[in-house]
Design a binder for this molecule. Sequence first.
Ligand SMILES: *Cc1c(COP(=O)(O)O)cnc(C)c1O
Length: 425
Amino acid sequence: MKTYNKETICIQGGYQPKNGEPRVLPIYQSTTYKYDSSEHLGDLFDLKAAGHMYTRISNPTVEAVESKIADLEGGVGAVCLASGQTANLFALLNIAKSGDNFISISSIYGGTVNLFAVTMRKMGIEVRFVTPGATDEEIEKLFDANTRAVFGETVANPALDILDIERYATIAHKHDVPLIVDNTFPTPILCNPFKFGADIVTHSTTKYMDGHAQVVGGVVIDSGNFDWEKSGKYSELTEPDDSYHGVVYTRDFGKAAYITKLRVQLLRDVGAAPSPMSAYLLNLGLETLHLRMARHCENAQKVAEYLEKHEKVSWVNYPMLKGNSQYELAQKYLPDGVCGVISFGVAGGREAAVRFMDSLKMAAIVVHVADARTCVLHPASTTHRQLTEQQLIDAGIGADLIRMSVGIEHADDIIADIEQALEQA
Ligand SMILES: *Cc1c(COP(=O)(O)O)cnc(C)c1O
């Protein structure tokens, strides 16, 4: 499928029926698989043969979606998981253990900040945050012998800072560790971080990929480009795995070492697997991803330009606005569009922001972002509520910040709704 354009992969990728088989990807709602001999099943357990044995580890419906997403990102393999949170946790846990540390940009999704700073810390894995403005020197000072990865979001939720992927990849590679990029907001339609040197990509598929706010899900994709052996820091990938009678992932699975380990070890043991039904719904979303992303970006541009001119709006943050601090990076990494999410402040601070939101008639207040329907959220009092004042500042979130996820309705209707709500603010 890699030779096709992304639009074609969205529709045709992952599943090619043979003669007489269903045209549409079937939902294989089965936990288990039948084999004719115990020997064959034994080989599956030893990873000597390929095939499904239990849906916690793999399933044909889920596999088709994984294959489509791997092709869209240009990776060697992907593993779908129960949520975006699991995707980021697994992406790191696959290469870091108690006593290790990793470096992360601070302006990332609030749920990820909690995962890194609280829960992973309890597991003995230490996050070292860098602010987006940090110099190369400041970042490099944070590395030590136990540093295992660098992490960032292509487009930060909700600060909308754009990750200078090439710069961070260069720094990570200089220290023989991979760069992991959460590419949720742009989706593979607008950016392929592997092209700029990222090694591992994650997504919350809950957002644009599903696009209809139906199923929570996540995915990890492996570029296959990171040389784990040469780095010398990843014995779990380069030395025998006792839980598989001595499989050595790099020796036995080559470029797919990382993603194979993530599936057969982490997913096997932790079990955060997506259901076949969820994978089927995600696949339906992916079939129109290319059309939706184009419209999200077009509408967001119109809304951002409208807001910028409005006297009751104190500031607008959308990387595609000329004069935005992220404009240059956006042109480099996301020339076809950034995403449909905009943040802005209403003159009058927190109270005016709340009055504006409560006056909206079509756009709904929901704890979600990046689906077909326009919605709004006040991160400081909701998604990022658990963050301290300092963490809020580091994440680029002010008390007056409204996050608007511009949907794919007619732009005029979205703007009319905003206009009447601003009159009430
Ligand atoms: C929503 C989100 C997550 C978490 O994903 P869930 O599917 O909600 O678990 C991670 N990263 C980013 C950038 C997100 O927007």
